[in-house]
Design a binder for this molecule. Structure first.
Ligand code: NAP
Length: 336
């Protein structure tokens, strides 16, 4: 498998606006599944896949930040996240999907065909025009922003217990956060781990009462209150964390094999603010499957799903978005 930085990237050159029937923004499981379906429907989709330099908009999405994926159906022995995304990418390319490696800097959804800019957002003419647009820009996990956390992401640092919990059988691990996500992750991880320490920066939880009761009652879960993670320890994999008590300033070390960061997620929707209806929590509002409030614009994957956030559910909604776009284009043209 070629690592992502060796993928053959096509960069945009020239200023002429390119017209497409379908443009897909985002190249995680949702965007690329939409691309497979749209290309098989002969809609010649263009995927604007993000920038490889970025940790949140990188081509391939969040799976590029994980190691082994064992719960994606079809891979008996599991598959590495980046390799899975490479397979998706090649499968969509096989049916005629084109890729451009760039970040969308502006969209205009006020008139059809929709306008999309890459590069200079102030340019008068858009880089692309699209009859139908599929938004698959995903979400990002909020992180602690420690260099050691970034270095060990996928090597003991994780943002997904459902994905990675299995790798920590009979190990001691920790979860950072005090919300429902943190407790949900902690409770799930008790199936595998010997012990789960919840590290929270305050002395009380934000999580719902019922989750708190469950976590407090669980014999494998303990809490470190008023505590922040200062450093993640380990050369090639996590061996522990340095903690600081924010009340006493006392510094200590906790030996753990895994650190799950569960301090919330943020959908990548800033590009669409004021143009697409968003939920109160910032996710794109969808109805009748993957339709948005703007006709001809569909949203799929984590950008519109804050509940399941799985590669397989994202892929499923990518399929729905492409079929939605195909039917919508058919309606506009009175049949292809
Ligand atoms: P959340 O409710 O915003 O909680 C985030 C937690 O992380 C808070 O405890 C916060 O601390 C902590 N935190 C934030 N930034 C931090 C940082 N830089 N360092 C250390 N700690 C930090 O997020 P969430 O838990 O992901 O939940 C999001 C929404 O989804 C909520 O409405 C939640 O109820 C819902 N949800 C529901 C379920 C369920 O019902 N089963 C499961 C998951 C999520 P503070 O408390 O000090 O702010």
């Amino acid at each position: 498998m070629e690592p992502p930085h060796q993928w053959e990237y096509r960069r945009r050159v020239g200023q002429v606006t390119e017209a497409r029937q379908v443009v897909i923004v985002g190249s995680g499981p949702a965007g690329l599944t939409a691309a497979i379906y749209a290309s098989r429907a002969q809609l010649s989709p263009l995927v604007i896949e993000g920038e490889p330099s970025s940790t949140s908009d990188q081509p391939g999405g969040q799976l590029m930040l994980t190691t082994e994926v064992e719960n994606f159906p079809g891979f008996v022995n599991g598959i590495m996240g980046p390799e899975l995304m490479q397979v998706f990418r090649e499968q969509a390319a096989r049916f005629g999907t084109d890729y451009v490696t760039a970040k969308v800097t502006r969209v205009d959804l006020s008139a059809r065909p929709f306008g999309l800019w890459v590069g200079d957002p102030e340019a008068t003419e858009p880089s692309y025009r699209a009859d139908a647009l599929i938004v698959a820009t995903g979400a990002r996990s909020l992180m602690l922003n420690l260099p050691s956390e970034e270095r060990l992401l996928g090597y003991g640092v994780s943002t997904c217990a459902t994905c990675d919990g299995f790798f920590f059988r009979e190990r001691d691990i920790a979860v950072v956060g005090g919300g429902d996500s943190a407790l949900e992750e902690a409770l799930f991880l008790t199936r595998f781990a010997d012990s789960v320490t919840v590290i929270h920066r305050r002395d009380r939880l934000r999580a719902s009462k019922v989750m708190q009761q469950r976590a407090f009652a669980h014999p494998k879960i303990s809490f470190r209150w008023n505590t922040v993670v200062e450093d993640v320890l380990g050369e090639s994999k996590v061996s522990g964390v340095t903690l600081r008590d924010v009340v006493t300033d006392e510094v200590s070390t906790l030996e753990i094999a895994g650190l799950f960061v569960a301090i919330g997620h943020e959908p990548n929707t800033s590009l669409f603010k004021g143009q697409l209806d968003l939920e109160d929590n910032g996710y794109v509002r969808t109805f009748d499957g993957t339709r948005t409030n703007v006709e001809g614009v569909f949203a799929c994957g984590d950008v519109q799903d804050h509940e399941y956030r799985q590669a397989v559910t994202a892929a499923g909604s990518g399929c729905m978005a492409a079929i939605g776009a195909e039917r919508w284009i058919e309606e506009q043209t009175g049949g292809i």
